[in-house]
Design a protein around this ligand. Structure first.
Ligand code: NAG
Ligand code: NAG
Ligand code: NAG
Ligand code: NAG
Length: 315
């Protein structure tokens, strides 16, 4: 039983406290996995200026990736007319500077909600991502993202969405920074968004139409500066589930362990007691006697709770 308890603890804690067990990958973990799969699309010969579609592992079916290798000077001077839904404007610059870079495109498809939960909103379009990496080593993994900034015009993203929306509800552009915090902006030309940075993008509509969201935690809609809260809630919720799960599991383990300990101690004590009783029996002294005043009285072999002096509390 003790063994069982120890095994239980050994297996529970590492998986329980790594929130990974529930969402498998964090959004940034997904980014770096998709970077690898997008880079693989280049194969042996990676021509610059050609869009290569990647193949994702089967456990991520539904996600699309693509990669485009560019000389950074030509990207800055000429832009790219169209890279999937993205229009790369003139003046897009990367930090730190690299000679050639790879733009990686994500379409998270039916995984959008899972990786970018946004409580209080419904996605009208899959979450699309645009991230930049150094093109120096096309077989590199775990590359850090380059910081992309539009210095002249913003990037434009033409979304295509089919869902019929509540007429009164006004769709919003949402942009997730690499740290996952959402920012809201207005939709342009009914289905397009502007972006000045890399990250993930989509069009959302508030649940419940034009009326303010019932949950005020999402902040005022449309103020364009709602950082962090909504997305944080979604992530926190998952974290909370994981933590509650871990705590409950941990407590079960603890109870089992304590049970074991208790049983062990009890057995130990019983054995000691029995040993003592046998010893006393052997000596043929049934009970120890003590002199109390003028009379002899038997004393229990067990130690009684000693009275505690009040001074003890002061120590
Ligand atoms: C999917 O499988 C790949 C290997 O095929 C693995 O590296 C990755 O962690 C898995 N991703 C998820 C989200 O399960
Ligand atoms: C986006 O839509 C605008 C207006 O319809 C069009 O001019 C532009 O070429 C489109 N860009 C992409 C990348 O599809
Ligand atoms: C998305 O759809 C694919 C099939 O098209 C499925 O295999 C995958 O499990 C789905 N992903 C999610 C998160 O539901
Ligand atoms: C490119 O990255 C791979 C994988 O990390 C590594 O094995 C290889 O040595 C790198 N090549 C260069 C030229 O840095």
């Amino acid at each position: 039983m003790l063994l069982a308890a120890l095994l239980c603890i050994a297996f529970w804690f590492p998986s329980g406290f790594g929130v990974q067990s529930l969402i498998e990958l964090s959004p940034s973990g997904l980014d770096s996995l998709l970077q690898d799969y997008a880079f693989r699309a280049f194969g042996k010969r990676a021509k610059t200026g050609i869009v290569y579609d990647g193949i994702v592992p089967s456990n991520l079916t539904g996600i699309k990736v693509a990669a485009l290798r560019l000389r950074s000077g030509s990207m800055r001077r000429r832009g790219v007319k169209s890279f999937k839904e993205f229009e790369i404007p003139i003046g897009l610059i990367e930090q730190p500077y690299v000679e050639r870079l790879v733009l990686v495109y994500h379409n998270l498809g039916n995984w959008s909600e899972l990786y970018y939960p946004l409580p209080g909103y419904t996605y009208l379009s899959p979450v699309l991502g645009m991230l930049a990496y150094n093109a120096y080593n096309l077989s590199a993994k775990d590359l850090p993202e380059l910081d992309l900034r539009a210095s002249k015009e913003p990037m434009r993203i033409n979304f295509s969405f089919s869902q019929t929306t509540n007429q009164e509800a006004s769709p919003k552009c949402v942009h997730f920074d690499l740290d996952g915090s959402p920012e809201f902006d207005n939709v342009v030309d009914k289905n397009a968004c502007f972006a000045t940075k890399q990250g993930h993008f989509s069009i959302v509509v508030e649940v419940g139409g034009a009326a303010p969201a019932p949950a005020p935690r999402n902040g005022a809609p449309g103020n364009g500066g709602n950082h962090g809260r909504g997305d944080g809630d979604g992530k926190n919720r998952k974290k909370v589930y994981a933590i509650v799960g871990s705590v409950v599991g941990g407590m079960v383990c603890l109870v089992v362990l304590l049970g074991c300990l208790f049983i062990c101690l009890k057995r130990c004590r019983d054995r000691k007691k029995r040993g003592k009783m046998e010893a006393t029996a052997d000596l043929d002294v049934p009970l120890r006697m003590a002199i109390v005043g003028n009379t002899k009285a038997p004393v229990a072999s067990e130690i009684r709770t000693r009275p505690m002096l009040e001074d003890d509390y002061l120590i």
